[in-house]
Design a binder for this molecule. Structure first.
Ligand code: ADP
Ligand code: MG
Length: 704
């Protein structure tokens, strides 16, 4: 907790082995080789790697580093690391040297048998490899363990199958690069060399008091509250959203920013969110691969700094029932190395044929692969949010805004677009205020996939999840749409005609995916059904999208996933879901049996004692007796629901692992959990607060 002030420009990136450090420290030839490797996506030779490793080590040691780690992202949703110190075997004189070879930089071999592989790797073949991803810079992270040189890596099996989030992401970036370049060439662009997806994720989170957190076993075990009655005040006043940031929270944010800036994460925007105790942090967008790594660093930093401030950071999608949950808005665009954003419509989009083709390709991609996008946001926590009037509905649709929708309509009805609606001026009526130009692409907060000026914003992603998955899907489905368009256009005799016809065809075929209205309304659910759009309500119902023939064909064509990799990912998702719900169900049973039921029993005893003594004193006991009856009734209900949940939780563990078990958890265990929660939450409203065994929602949300 530092109170010193600092100059951001001075500290930004100081713990990153970034381009300027490399340029300064590496021999010119080596630096150029590395840059070429990164630029052209080639492999690094060992000699070059040796030189880089040496310089990286020297630099890290100057920063106080004692260890290095291959930092990777297995399919647990978290990052993983194993630390190795730089020391060599002791010398005859009893001293040690610090060493780090090119081989150690490039490749690691963690004993990986305990990471999920979904059947891809038998336990006897435990070898997993981590390979340096030189497109994401190494950094030195400082914490209680000292300073550690973290090397971003991809994680694969012995036979090259992806066991992580990063490998398919890099593959999908290559796919969209290749197909977008094809498309650009068709429009006469011969100068751009590379196209990269850019991503800016907005991260939502809650902060609660650490002492209160530790009094809630549900938060400790599952990251969310499994019980809890609504406090008298919720979020109805909208007084928290963008409200003044309280000093305690401001101090936390200051330290978070400082840490992130040192690590080269461009933390930009911070504000209070809709729910009490909820906040948001957004960095400036970066290349997809770096954005994914940075988002992991952001989540870790939020958690770490919270602890230093006597707080706990909750990243769960739905820590509290009845108040808004947390998500991650994934802002996505595609840009060339010479700065052309393919999603930039310009002032007159109707004349921008290249943009219109890109747009219609994206509409087609989202329509055809809505199930995959939905799946990429599936998470046990997100089951509580999507479709619950606070986050986008579970139905995928695209919001285009007035201006683009008008252009699309013109194209569909007449085959030609002749005008673009203007944004116009926003007249405030106050002479001293500047006139604001109104954005022609206004916002719609209820849309899961919205065009916002020069990017698309995918708003379904869960707050805890890696953003790798959604971006793998986005990159690949768009690569496919570009490829299919290029296949047709590259052989067209009259390009102008062909592109015109193709745009019209795509828009006509896929216009059902466009929806500019209120995504939270019941009418939309009915309308979407009429349009034939999928409404996939839960994670277990979303996972099958991964293994359809359509998905297998798509990912195989672009070398992003093999069929076996997809099957393994589906398997892991089912397993993760089953494990998450199993922990929740067991935590509920544990808390009910050991905390809630005993507390209520004590309360009924105190009520019964009161009834007896008050009656002896000759006064009216009707209120006490009524309370006793009501409490006893709810206690009985609680006990019955507890017994029922315990039984199905045991039954669930006996099911065959995978789809069947996950479905049983979703369709049988989750409803039993709800049934237990109901009487307990009612009891919380009756029982003496002094006797209730844990802090309430009010304590957690309003007394941070
Ligand atoms: P909001 O959606 O809250 O109005 P902003 O428009 O400020 O927020 O952007 C939110 C995120 O989108 C930020 O991380 C920002 O850097 C990112 N962003 C802005 N432009 C682009 C772009 N062209 N491509 C990808 N991300 C972008
Ligand atoms: Mg946004």
């Amino acid at each position: 907790m530092s109170s010193k002030l600092f100059n951001v420009a001075d500290i930004f990136g100081e713990d990153v082995f970034n381009d300027s450090v490399m340029q300064e420290r590496l021999p010119k030839k080596i630096y150029k080789k590395l840059k070429d490797t990164i630029g052209e996506g080639r492999e690094l030779d060992l000699e070059t790697a040796d030189v880089i490793a040496h310089e990286m080590k020297e630099w890290a040691i100057e920063k106080g580093a004692t260890h290095y780690t291959h930092w990777f992202q297995p399919l647990t949703g978290f990052t993983a690391e194993k630390h190795d110190s730089f020391i060599s075997a002791p010398l005859p004189n009893g001293k040690v040297l610090m060493s780090f070879s090119g081989k150690e930089l490039i490749k690691g071999e963690p004993d990986a048998s305990s990471f999920p592989s979904g059947g891809l790797r038998a336990t006897f073949e435990a070898r997993g490899y981590t390979a340096w991803d030189c497109t994401s810079p190494a950094f030195v992270r400082k914490d209680a363990a000292g300073a550690i040189l973290c090397i971003p890596t991809a994680f694969c099996s012995y036979t090259g199958e992806a066991l992580d989030e990063k490998t398919p992401l890099l593959r999908s970036m290559e796919a969209v690069n290749k197909e977008a370049l094809r498309l650009l060439r068709l429009f006469g662009n011969t100068t751009s060399k590379k196209v990269t997806p850019s991503v800016g994720p907005e991260q939502e989170y809650f902060l609660v008091d650490a002492d209160k957190f530790l009094q809630r076993k549900d938060l400790i075990y599952t990251g969310r509250t499994l019980f809890g009655a609504m406090p008298p005040k919720g979020q109805e006043l909208d007084d928290h959203y963008f409200g003044t940031i309280r000093q305690k929270i401001a101090g936390f944010m200051k330290d978070v920013n400082e840490e992130l800036w040192k690590l080269g994460v461009a933390a930009k925007t911070q504000h209070n969110e809709v729910a009490p105790a909820q906040h948001e942090l957004a960095p400036i967008y970066a290349e997809a691969n770096i954005a994914v790594d940075h988002n992991q660093i952001i989540m870790k930093t939020l958690k770490k700094v919270a602890c230093q401030h006597g707080l706990k950071c909750l990243l769960h999608e739905k820590p509290f029932a009845g108040v808004n949950g947390s998500g991650k808005h994934n802002n996505w665009s595609i840009t060339t190395d010479d700065g052309i954003n393919l999603l930039e419509p310009g002032k007159t989009p109707h004349e921008n044929v290249q943009f219109l083709l890109v747009l219609s390709c994206i509409l087609k991609a989202v329509d055809i692969h809505a199930d995959l996008l939905r799946e990429s946001a599936a998470d046990p926590g997100n089951d509580h949010r999507l479709g619950a009037n606070e986050a986008p509905p579970a139905i995928i649709s695209v919001f285009l805004g007035e201006q683009l929708e008008d252009v699309v309509e013109q194209l569909i009805s007449t085959g030609e677009a002749t005008r673009s609606l203007k944004g116009g001026k926003l007249d405030t009526g106050v002479a001293t205020l500047p006139d604001l130009t109104k954005d022609a692409t206004d916002r719609n907060r209820t849309s899961p996939f919205a065009f916002t000026g020069n990017k698309f914003e995918f708003r379904m992603v869960g707050s805890r999840d890696s953003i790798a998955g959604p971006n793998v899907v986005l990159n690949t489905i768009v690569a496919e749409a570009f490829a299919e368009a290029c296949d047709i256009l590259e052989t067209a005799e009259d390009f102008e005609m062909a592109v015109h016809d193709l745009i019209k065809e795509y828009l006509m075929k896929h216009q059902r995916i466009i929806f500019n209205g209120n995504g939270y309304s019941d009418e939309w659910v009915a309308e979407a059904e009429r349009r034939g759009l999928p409404n996939i309500k839960s994670m277990v119902e979303a996972v099958p999208a991964l293994t359809t023939d359509k998905a297998v064909g798509l990912f195989r064509r672009f070398h992003v996933f093999t069929k076996a990799e997809l099957a393994s990912r589906a398997e892991i998702k089912y397993e993760n879901y089953a494990k998450a719900i199993n922990i929740e169900a067991r935590a509920m049973c544990d808390i009910s049996a050991k905390q809630i039921i005993p507390a209520v029993v004590k309360y009924t005893k105190s009520l019964a004692d009161t009834v007896l003594s008050v009656r002896e004193a000759g006064a009216d006991t009707s209120v006490q007796a009524e309370l006793l009856t009501e409490t006893t009734r709810l206690l009985k209900e609680t006990k019955a629901a507890f017994t029922a949940l315990s039984a199905v939780a045991v039954e669930a563990t006996e099911k065959e692992e995978g789809k069947e078990q996950a479905e049983f958890y979703h369709f049988t265990v989750v409803p039993a959990m709800k049934a237990l929660r109901e009487p307990v939450d009612q009891l919380e409203m009756l029982v003496d607060k002094q006797m209730w065994p844990m802090p309430s929602y009010g304590d957690l949300l309003f007394e941070v």
